[in-house]
Every structure is written in C-alpha cells, then in structure tokens.
Ligand binder design. Sequence first.
Ligand code: ZN
Length: 199
Amino acid sequence: DDGPGPFTEELLDVLARYNVKATFFVTALNSDYEDMIGRAYNEGHSIAVHTYSHDYRKIYASEKAFFDDFNAMEDVIYRQTGQYTKLCRFPGGSSNTVSAHSYVGLMSLLTRAVQDAGFQYFDWNVYSGDAGSTTDTAQVAQNVIQGIQEQPVSLVLQHDIHRYSVDAVETILKFGTQNGYRFLALDMSSPAFHHDLNN
Ligand code: ZN
C-alpha cells in the first residue's frame, strides 16, 4: 500500500526474482515514481486504487470528495496501464474510525457505493505492523511469517513506502516458497476479508 515510491523498484525486483505476484494499492503521493505502476502491471501484478491523495481529511469529508479523489487515481492508473481497475482499498481500511470525525455513517455509505459501482474493496487479515508498531525489518518479517501460519488464506498488509518493510519481503518469500505457500495477486474473485465497519 501507499506507493509507488522510492522503494517500489526494489520490491518489484525481489518479486521478479521469486516469480511472485502481488497487489499494489496505489496513490499519487510520490508522483515521480508513477511509472512503477506501469512496470508492476506489465510484470503481472494487480493494481488497485488506494486514492490519489491518501489525505484522510480530504477524502473522508463527503462521498463526492471521496470519489473525486478516487477517480483521479483511476486516471493515473489508466495512463500507466491502459486499464481502469475494479480493485480498491480504503485508506485506513473500511474499519477506519477517522471518517467518523467528519461524516457519521460515511464508511457504510462508501462501502456500498464502491460495490454498487462494480468495485471490490479489500481489507486484510494479516498485518505486518509496518505502519506504526515497528520499523524493524526482522520484526516485520516475523509478524508476517507468524500471521500467515495462523490463517488458512492470508491477505497481508505491507507498505512499499517503507524501506524497512520492503527489505523484509525476501525473508517472507523465502519462508513461503520453502513451506508450500502459494502467493497470488488479488482479483475480483479473491477473498476480500472485509472488516467490521466502525462508521
Ligand atoms: Zn494507506
């Protein structure tokens, strides 16, 4: 999530070495790296909208504000891949509580609205801890490796804007490939692990 950014290229390189496909929930936070969306798509990864600005205050102000921002990211994705995507993730996940501060009931409304528009939104069931609880590469790897052993099917959340998280990926791929796991990019038929809504 949250890329592309300065470490996305390194992530794509390690995924290519292991022939593993992933899903990139993209933003325009680091527009200098926009072409990494095209590279990821061309290398068989899934591309998903994570909003253009990733600015909670802005996107969670109203339904219109959300979709204006969301659609701006779709335009970037189209420019890079020649396709619009039907996959998305809400910043903070669908269970975020931030949106309640500006607009009570907004997540109930938005989760319905994106699905009515033909999108699938994805949350996660394994969290790497890389967005607050740790900045340590070994700890990120351990969180994921432990997490996936507790689930029959895992949807892992990591952020490619953090070097310490990208650096954990090879350890995770090594463990997975040596222990019979299959890594798959998300598509419309994948389990979405929707969280319970808080707003
Ligand atoms: Zn995010």
